[in-house]
Design a protein around this ligand. Structure first.
Ligand SMILES: [Zn+2]
Length: 424
């Protein structure tokens, strides 16, 4: 989630294999108990929900995901292929559910953790279906539950991730994180799910996956794309976690699962302005950019810009969906100013000789912002607000986004922040 999504792999199992008790049929959905955020209580608590897509409730296998336990992965200097990565493929899990008055109640922690994780993915899938993503074409993904992931001999814990190499997700065992488990946090799981959707929409066709390598594109294009990934995943994660109640969306959805200093850096309601290190550093080596956390930093500037836009025009369901739909349109548009179109042009320009270019020719941050503005249709107030926030937070003083209406004045969140910071 919150650290490199890159080429990490997954792994191990965990005490996920549990004794079985019943074999519910899940033809048209099943009522189950999960842990869900309840805005009236201000916390996650038990809630009866209907799982609509799980064909097999005990093995948690359905059209959205297939949960896999007991897998093991390792990454070290000898890891070159997917086969090197996989130590143990793992297999089906077996939940312990007790049926009480027609409701399936998890009988232990891992059953509760897993069924909630599946529910969160199902909510994410339904959210993207509303935006236009066809769930049948998008398909199901593997969700590796508590795999053992070893990187250079060290086992990684306390993380959740989308692993593009496996086109699957991993929820790792926890160690230091002892608050709300990542699998139960709907915003966190929505963030991860969004990574898979972005890859599906933008780089689903094999040639376009080259955008993730500076050899086939450019340093700047890779860095911009990974920043877009994180920013859009944070925004969509918060939207998914609204769970249909757009008056009570939480800009700090990570708070309940992460240490406060980490979640504070990603608070969407704060004023985040593009730093000079990021502004001048998009074309640097991709490892250095990632190691400095700049993809997350830029991503937060983007996500907070989207949140700020909604604060200007109103946190209504219509505005949330207009903005989220605009992002969806921007991602998959392969003509005009769309992000997929920019990716296509970038690869065409970059794949000439196999040497690494530093600067992007098409997929720059500015062009990506322009694509997002173009994606927002039929709501001039929202589009104007979005432009005014982008101009301010990304320091576009020349107001040069061609898809923005003329005469848009930048917001002053960042300029006033800079002024007060520089005052005596
Ligand atoms: Zn992420």
């Amino acid at each position: 989630m919150f650290r490199p999504r890159s080429s990490l792999s997954l792994a191990l199992l965990a005490g996920a294999l549990l004794s079985s008790a019943c074999t519910p049929a899940a033809d048209s959905g099943s009522d189950v108990i999960v842990l869900a955020y309840q805005s009236d209580l201000g916390r996650y608590d038990r809630k009866i929900v209907r799982l609509e897509t799980a064909d097999d409730l005990i093995a948690l296998n359905g059209s959205v995901a297939e949960v896999i336990g007991n897998a093991e992965f390792k990454i070290d200097e000898d890891t070159e292929t997917i086969d090197d990565l996989i130590v143990k493929k793992g297999g089906s899990v077996k939940l312990d559910l007790k049926e009480i008055d027609g409701v399936f109640v998890p009988a232990d922690f891992h059953s509760l953790n897993m069924v909630t994780a599946y529910y969160n993915f199902e909510r994410a899938s339904l959210f993207f279906k509303d935006l236009g993503v066809n769930p049948n074409l998008f398909g199901k993904r593997k969700l590796y539950y508590f795999p053992k992931l070893t990187i250079a001999g060290e086992e990684l814990k306390d993380n959740a991730m989308y692993v593009s190499a496996l086109d699957g997700f991993a929820v790792l065992p926890f160690d230091e994180l002892q608050t709300l488990p990542l699998a139960i946090n709907m915003g966190v799981m929505g963030h991860e799910y969004t990574h898979a959707v972005i890859d599906y929409l933008v780089t689903g066709a094999d040639p376009y996956s080259g955008i993730n390598s500076p050899t086939y594109s450019s340093n700047e294009a890779v860095n911009v794309f990974s920043s877009l990934h994180e920013g859009i995943a944070d925004f969509m994660g918060s939207a998914i976690a609204c769970d249909g109640d757009y008056k009570h969306c939480d800009p700090r959805f990570m708070d309940m699962s992460l240490p406060s200093e980490l979640s504070s850096d990603r608070d969407l309601s704060k004023v985040h302005c593009l730093s000079s290190a990021a502004q001048s550093g998009f074309n640097q080596d991709v490892t250095a950019f990632a190691n400095a956390g700049l993809n997350y930093e830029v991503g937060t500037v983007l996500a907070s810009s989207l949140w700020r836009t909604l604060s200007i025009v109103g946190h209504t369901e219509e505005n949330w969906m207009t903005l989220a739909t605009g992002l969806y349109i921007a991602l998959q548009a392969d003509s005009g100013y769309g992000i997929m179109g920019l990716v296509k042009e970038e690869i065409a320009a970059g794949n000439q000789g196999g040497f690494i270019k530093t600067d992007a020719t098409h997929l720059t941050m500015k062009n990506a912002l322009n694509a997002i503005v173009e994606g927002v249709k039929d709501n001039s107030n929202l589009k104007k607000a979005l432009c005014s926030v982008f101009y301010d937070r990304f320091h576009l003083a020349d107001r040069s986004l061609s898809q923005c209406p003329a005469s848009i004045e930048p917001q002053s969140d960042c300029s006033s922040k800079a002024t007060s910071g520089g005052a005596l």
